[in-house]
Design a protein around this ligand. Structure first.
Ligand code: NDP
Ligand code: MG
Ligand code: MG
Length: 336
């Protein structure tokens, strides 16, 4: 089992007298900037010209500067801009302006692990990755609690990178819940695998396959929607609160028996082989290369896929049915 670090293992002195530039003020950026500031750390927010986030950061009482200026005055530079633009921001705005012995900080390992940023040997490079969206990170901090986070050191030029990572995690409030040490490789590869095989790719295709099987057999799409998509939330909430056993304890015995006989037939050895292949393509860099190239040519494949997915029957049926459920605060994804 992993060793867990708490506030008592982290000394805020590691960040004393240092200025932290938070680049980006989105989901993670707004929470990192405000939590660190409220923990007594000197923070400046770096944003591009015309960024819609500037006003929000100022309204939250933070100092906002151009990325270049924020980097120049800071000892830690935190990359909380979207992953696919981090390399360009680094090349054009960070590298020419950063202090020789600055620390580069990340909340996800992709750009470093896949060599999109190759930092000079004089800088520290570490990661603190809260295991939650930014709004939860901020809210729990304000409640005197925290969310768990991972931390990792990639490059320790000063010899103090690990202490700084722990202090940063404590400043975020994550030391109240627990900090788990990892590596850039482990965090990046498991994150990509999780979203591909289970959380995003796996779940959406499982839902669609179940829905299509019922609709093709002549059942009403509305009924198929409830069974294969809507009820997923109830199941996931139970797993979130008490693991697989709590969910199984809570569903009917018939559902439990069905789980037992059917689960391994759906996720059979072929699916497990496919998962291994996906992991291999993450580990060998093929997935990263394809994703980087896709971005460089303006995402033609992804846009075509999004168009097709938007027109799926499950989306049309769902948007009507959600109107019958006013309590769930129905959302519509913006047009791409
Ligand atoms: P968001 O998309 O929510 O926010 C991005 C921010 O960057 C926005 O404020 C945006 O400003 C700003 N921005 C965009 N382009 C530039 C630029 N050229 N220069 C400066 N600022 C820019 O990102 P996330 O918070 O989701 O992700 C940030 C990092 O955190 C990523 O590495 C991600 O993997 C990681 N992470 C995210 C988690 C999450 O739950 N979201 C969880 C854990 C890690 P504008 O207002 O102009 O758009
Ligand atoms: Mg993840
Ligand atoms: Mg991810």
């Amino acid at each position: 089992m992993a060793k867990v670090y708490y506030d008592r293992d982290a000394d805020m002195k590691a960040l004393e007298g240092k200025t932290v530039a938070i680049l980006g003020y989105g989901s993670q950026g707004h929470a990192h900037a405000q939590n660190l500031r409220d923990s007594g750390v000197k923070v400046v927010v770096g944003l591009h010209e015309g960024s819609a986030s500037r006003d929000r950061a100022r309204a939250d009482g933070l100092e906002v500067k151009d990325v270049e200026d924020a980097v120049r005055m800071s000892d830690l530079v935190v990359f909380l801009v979207p992953d696919h633009i981090q390399a360009e921001v680094y090349r054009k705005q960070v590298a020419p302006n950063m202090k020789k012995e600055a620390a580069l900080v990340f909340a996800h390992g992709f750009t470093i692990h896949f060599h999109q940023i190759i930092p000079p040997s004089t800088v520290d490079v570490f990661m603190v990755a809260p295991k939650s969206p930014g709004h939860l990170l901020r809210r729990t901090y304000q409640e005197g609690k925290g969310v768990p986070a991972l931390f990792a050191v990639y490059q320790n030029a000063s010899g103090k990178a690990r202490e700084m990572a722990l202090a940063y995690g404590r400043g975020l409030g994550c030391g109240r819940a627990g900090l788990i040490e990892t590596t850039f490789a482990e965090e990046t590869e498991t994150d990509l695998f999780g979203e591909q095989a289970v959380l995003c790719g796996g779940v959406t295709e499982l839902v669609k396959a179940g829905f299509e099987t019922l609709v093709d057999a002549g059942y009403q799409p509305e009924i198929a929607y409830f069974e294969c998509l809507n009820e997923l939330k109830l199941i996931v909430d139970m797993m979130y609160e008490g693991g697989l056993s709590w969910m199984r304890y809570s569903v009917s015995d018939t559902a439990k028996y069905g789980d037992m006989v059917a689960g391994k037939q759906v996720i059979d050895s072929r699916v497990r082989e496919t998962m291994k292949k996906l992991l291999e393509n993450i580990q060998n860099g093929l997935f990263a290369k394809d994703w980087i190239l896709e971005n460089q040519c303006n995402r033609p494949q992804m846009r075509a896929w999004q168009r097709r997915e938007k027109d799926h029957l499950i989306e049309k049926v769902g948007s009507e049915l959600r109107k019958m459920m006013p309590w769930l605060d129905a959302k519509n994804a913006p047009e791409d």
